[in-house]
Design a binder for this molecule. Structure first.
Ligand code: AMP
Length: 367
């Protein structure tokens, strides 16, 4: 079986690495000749909207998936006329728009932060009157890793925030004083079989995920079930196939939906070593209609991203239970270039070495 992947970043690279034991091979399409997945499969370089290139990409493939959520929906639809594309392009379309995804989940009865569409200064004022301060103004499309959003603390700040984000295609959200950020990863197979990983606690810095703890410490069964119900509703409504990630805010016993990613997700990297079956393998099993693997955690894991920093590999690997993933990308400030997963049998054992893990993962000037 030959699988096409739109996007050639680290998620694509890890998908291929998980697929080789299953006898799969991979072809990637990415605008950059430097895309790091080129190390593990054939890479076609060019524009996602170049139909001649898409045609060439599709040749000889059994199915197509994506590892990058800003792939133009038109590209996914063009390919879907020729061969199976999973997750369905509809999921890509919904997830690319912060307003559409909140309206979609809200429509399924999933709680979200209060939100208000903004295409004019009048609508922003209307929204601020309804939601109060502070509020967050976000671009509907294209923002990631905390980019494309501005906090508005007063009426005076509103016009500047509006201009800074381009003045249209925006959404205003009430600011949620959450206890913590969580994510749930669900996976749904072509056969309709579903499975869920345990809730993960995620800590961000400057809008970028720094640390995931899995299973999220101190999580009740009721909270896990609530998250699974939300993910299941989304997957069923979309006729979803593959891994779906929901990012959530926990406020006491409640979960509010923040955003979804129709792909394997950074907060699931711990599953490679920390779960019976990793997210990458389960995504591929789902696409192929093979039985899903167990999502049960193996002990407790912490995943720290390496952001613009190459640690001393020997120091990392000297830490018992540490697993290093280096994506083979050029190191640049703010760029995810690898991650370390630390896995231990007990939470206490993991917690003891967390400070050491974080020191290893951070560039020295940041510690
Ligand atoms: P986003 O790109 O929309 O996921 O936002 C990036 C980060 O901003 C989230 O991970 C949260 O830490 C924070 N954030 C986003 N929306 C809200 C909100 N409505 N209330 C409080 N914090 C938020």
């Amino acid at each position: 079986m030959r699988i096409g992947i739109l996007g050639g970043g680290q998620l694509g690279r890890m998908l291929a690495l998980a697929g080789y034991p299953l006898g799969l091979s991979f072809r990637f399409l990415d605008p950059s000749p430097e895309a790091c997945a080129r190390q593990v499969g054939e890479l076609l370089v060019g524009d996602f909207l170049d139909e001649t290139l898409l045609q060439r990409f599709a040749e000889g493939l059994d199915l197509v998936t994506y590892e990058f959520e800003n792939v133009p929906v038109e590209a996914a639809r063009f390919l879907a006329k020729r061969l199976p594309v999973f997750p369905p392009p509809k999921a890509l379309e919904v997830a690319q728009d912060r307003l559409a995804e909140k309206a979609f989940m809200g429509g399924l009865g999933v709680p979200t932060p209060p939100f208000h569409p903004v295409d004019s200064l009048e609508e922003l004022e209307e929204g601020l009157r309804a939601l109060g301060f502070p509020a967050l103004l976000k671009t509907r499309r294209g923002g990631y890793d905390g980019k494309g959003q501005v906090r508005i603390g007063s009426w005076e700040e509103a016009p500047k925030a509006f201009q800074a984000l381009g003045g249209r295609g925006l959404v205003l959200e009430g600011h949620i004083p959450f206890d913590r950020e969580l994510s749930i990863l669900g996976v749904r197979s072509r056969t309709g079989e579903v499975a869920f990983y345990p809730l993960v606690e995620n800590r961000h810095q400057e809008g970028i995920l720094r640390l995931s703890l899995a299973p999220a410490p101190g999580t009740s069964q009721a909270l896990q079930e609530k998250a699974e119900t939300y993910a299941k509703k989304a997957m069923e409504a979309l006729g979803y196939v593959g891994v779906l990630a929901l990012e959530l805010f926990q406020v006491e016993g409640e979960l509010l939906f923040n955003e979804m990613a129709p792909r394997v997700h950074n907060s699931g990297h711990w599953t490679i070593e920390g779960a019976e079956t990793g997210q990458f393998e389960n995504h591929l099993r789902a696409l192929l209609g093979l039985p899903l693997g167990s999502t049960a955690p193996r002990g407790h894991s912490a995943m720290a991203n390496l952001i613009g920093h190459r640690p001393d590999f020997a120091q990392v690997l000297a830490l018992p239970g540490a697993h290093l993933h280096w994506y083979g990308k050029a190191v640049r400030p703010g760029r995810k270039v690898g991650h370390i997963t630390l896995r231990r049998d007990t939470w206490e054992g993991l917690a003891q070495d967390l400070p050491h893990l974080l020191t290893l993962a951070q560039a020295p000037e940041r510690v």
